[in-house]
Write a protein that binds this ligand. Structure first.
Ligand SMILES: [Zn+2]
Length: 219
């Protein structure tokens, strides 16, 4: 996988500092799990945060904390030795581990909900008030829904691709764009483009759905 679009420094810092909302954390963790560059950046940010804490409070943070946390994420079964082993199922290579646990399988098993012609959606439950997280599946040639404005929003491509004025986004790429950026992404892969979209505010997605449905229902 060759990744060309990465997380912003500000997003990395917020993630390392633990100030990102849950929905955004999932998208960051999913990208970090497959992107060595952003993983190193998170590690550096955590080390910098640890050094800062050390100065202020004489508290020492273990620089391996992320490695150990990631190891726990990768091996959840080890934490539950008493549970019966589930039947081995090949993991969908398109779904990073932190996301696979939340959707409970591969992309082919997702129970998609029709949103508009060529656009299907699956909402991933998060803690109420912790943002909005959903998968979007968009047919070739369709415009990727314009997302809300204001607040942070992350789009991680899992399958297929799209292009806009900021470039071409394929599997593993993350769009971590300024809220001011005007872009009109269009799916340019022969297959559906499936992406994970995390937003800070759940209400903004009502706006998205409204905008998606508007041309068809004039709501
Ligand atoms: Zn990255």
């Amino acid at each position: 996988m060759s990744i060309h679009h990465h997380l912003d420094d500000a997003t990395i810092m917020a993630y390392a500092a633990g100030t990102l909302r849950e929905a955004l954390c999932v998208a960051v963790a999913a990208h970090v799990a497959i992107c060595p560059r952003c993983r190193a950046a998170v590690r550096a940010a955590e080390a910098a945060g640890g050094a800062l804490l050390e100065e202020i409070d004489a508290v020492s943070l273990d620089a391996d904390a992320l490695d150990r946390a990631m190891a726990r994420i990768e091996t959840p079964a080890a934490a539950r030795p008493a549970m019966p082993e589930p039947a081995p199922r090949p993991r969908d290579p398109r779904v990073p581990a932190p996301l696979a646990r939340l959707i409970g399988g591969g992309l082919d098993e997702v129970r998609w909900r029709w949103l508009a012609p060529g656009v299907r959606s699956y909402e991933i439950p998060v803690t109420p008030g912790a943002g909005s997280l959903r998968l979007l599946r968009i047919a070739p040639g369709k415009a990727v829904p314009e997302h809300g404005h204001g607040g942070t929003e992350l789009t991680l491509i899992l399958s297929g691709s799209y292009s806009d004025v900021t470039g071409h986004y394929g599997p593993g790429d993350v769009a971590d764009l300024d809220e001011d950026v005007e872009h009109a992404p269009v799916v340019d892969s022969p297959e559906d483009c499936i992406c994970l979209v995390a937003t800070e505010s759940p209400t903004r997605f009502k706006g998205l759905i409204g905008r998606l449905l508007q041309p068809y229902f004039r709501i």
